[in-house]
Design a protein around this ligand. Structure first.
Ligand SMILES: C[S@@+](CC[C@H](N)C(=O)[O-])C[C@H]1O[C@@H](n2cnc3c(N)ncnc32)[C@H](O)[C@@H]1O
Length: 478
């Protein structure tokens, strides 16, 4: 429905109509306009200075009335006067009480309202029905072809896309099964002949949200028309920032000390800490200046021969992997999960079923006899243990092995040729991502090796291995 709407024009408005729409809905602009930057049309629309904006400028560049902010709360507000939207939200239940769930359903509803094949009495038109017509075709990796996604072998983006597609499918199935008893949904959304909604529509509303949602203080994750027309730049290049004023309106402000010339781009930051993978995943681009992957998340599996494997999986409430990050000179890593793999019964880990108040049985983990209520606390307990260096050494050995595996995949794919059906943008992004992640992983592997050598020489490791002065501990941890 959404792709067709954009192609046929009923879900598309030219950016020249944007300002009249915004002003009609109470948005004020001061010294800026929305349009495309000559020479940078591939970045879509952006916010551009109409005049020189000087140091000390205090007036907001834009004020967006709070009624126009699309949040979980505002969706509930719209549902008060939109019977069909309310029906869908109520039927889908818990999921639509999250910002993401409420906003995605709302966006799907706006496309439904605009669809000429669905009667006009379904849904209630509101200012945001027009807003989604200004949103461009998103070019996120969930829309890359299979051949393009193959270029990501060895990168963490490949597993991120797979996981995302699975969760999108689960969400879509949930929306479908929860609403198929509503007669208009059955007829206009799901019916084999007349139904307009497909999984691809869910991918589109996800992409709209993913590439435009901002975290606003006091509101949470939301979409703010107009502010979301600002493109990204990081560090010193970020020109503006967004916040809410005392009335709850959203405002765009020039950063302190920034001097902007007429026709310059007014950028915000989408998060300077975001790594290369996340930038491509969420926004479909990465800055040319990016020279480090910044962060790499690798999954970890509990070995099949670990007798506690099923119990560990059952109690773990943390992400099953570890994060490597670039700290400048050195790399760092962080994981709540790896510690669960590192210890076993002989170290003091145990599991037991406890009786719940409701009469059921629940599996609980124990460390040295005391209940481990939250597996993310395990690291702290191990840190206080006399064998801390031994556990660290085990963790580091596991991480190194996992990194080696990833590096092998990256070396194996190497620099593939560009197939005839591969588009330029995915090809260039995949090539750069492979290079950046390879660089960070190689550095991390070297840094871990240094840490390993120090740990191996520690007294507790030598004592643990029963090694006298001349012995070699490294052999036992390879
Ligand atoms: C919040 S929207 C910004 C407005 C958007 N350009 C539009 O036309 O509606 C985010 C999207 O803008 C594009 N974008 C933002 N900053 C960019 C940049 N520095 N380089 C390339 N594309 C950028 C990406 O497509 C991203 O997914």
């Amino acid at each position: 429905m959404i792709r067709r709407g954009r192609a046929e024009g009923w879900l598309k408005l030219p950016i020249s109509a944007f300002r009249p729409w915004a002003e009609l809905n109470g948005v004020t602009f001061d010294g800026v306009r929305v349009g495309s930057m000559p020479g940078f049309e591939h970045r879509g629309s952006t916010v551009i200075a109409e005049e020189d904006l000087t140091k000390g400028e205090t007036n907001p560049l834009m004020v967006v009335p709070k009624d126009l902010i699309l949040s979980r709360e505002s969706v509930e507000g719209f549902a008060k006067s939109d019977k069909q939207l309310k029906e869908v939200l109520d039927s889908v239940g818990e999921y639509t009480r999250t910002s993401r769930g409420a906003i995605l359903v709302f966006l799907l509803m706006q496309a439904t309202i605009s669809c000429p094949d669905i009667p006009g009495n379904i849904g209630v038109t509101n200012p945001l029905t027009e807003y989604i017509k200004f949103l461009p075709e998103e070019f996120l990796p969930t829309f890359w072809t299979k051949e393009e996604q193959e270029l990501l072998v060895g990168t963490t983006l490949r597993s991120a896309i797979r996981a995302k597609m699975n969760s999108l499918l689960r969400e879509f199935e949930h929306i479908r099964t929860a609403t198929e008893h509503i007669s208009w949904c059955q007829k206009y959304w799901w019916d084999d002949d007349e139904g307009q909604v497909t999984f691809e529509d869910w991918m589109h509303v996800d992409a709209m949200y993913r590439s435009r949602a901002l975290e606003f203080p006091g509101i949470g994750d939301c979409m703010v028309p107009c502010v979301d027309m600002a493109n990204h730049s990081s560090g010193d290049a970020t020109v503006a920032l967004y916040e809410t004023d005392e009335d709850g309106n959203s405002i765009l402000l020039l950063r302190a000390g920034k001097v902007v010339k007429q026709k310059d781009e007014i950028t915000i930051t989408y998060g300077d800490g975001k790594g290369a993978c996340e930038m491509i995943f969420s926004y479909g681009f990465m800055e040319d200046s990016m020279d480090s992957a910044k962060i790499v998340f690798l999954d970890l599996d509990i070995p099949d021969d670990d007798p506690f494997r099923p119990a560990k999986i059952a109690v773990s409430a943390v992400a099953p992997g570890f994060r490597i990050f670039d700290n400048g000179d050195r790399t760092g890593w962080e994981s709540d999960f790896v510690w669960l793999i590192c210890v076993n019964e002989e170290d003091g880990l145990g599991f037991n079923f406890l009786q719940t108040n409701e009469g059921g049985r629940e599996l609980r983990a124990f460390w040295k006899g005391a209940e481990l209520e939250d597996t993310s606390k395990l690291r702290g307990l191990l840190q206080a243990d006399a064998l801390w260096e031994v556990y660290q050494l085990r963790a580091i050995t596991l991480l190194q092995n996992r990194i080696e595996q990833q590096l092998e995949d990256l070396h194996e794919i190497g620099s593939p040729d560009k197939g005839p059906n591969v588009r330029d943008v995915p090809w260039k992004l995949a090539e750069k991502l492979r290079k950046l992640e390879l660089g960070l992983l190689e550095r991390a592997s070297n840094d871990l090796e240094d840490q390993k050598l120090v740990l191996i020489e520690s007294d507790s490791v030598r004592r643990y291995l029963g090694i006298e002065d001349e012995g070699n501990a490294e052999e036992d941890f390879s």
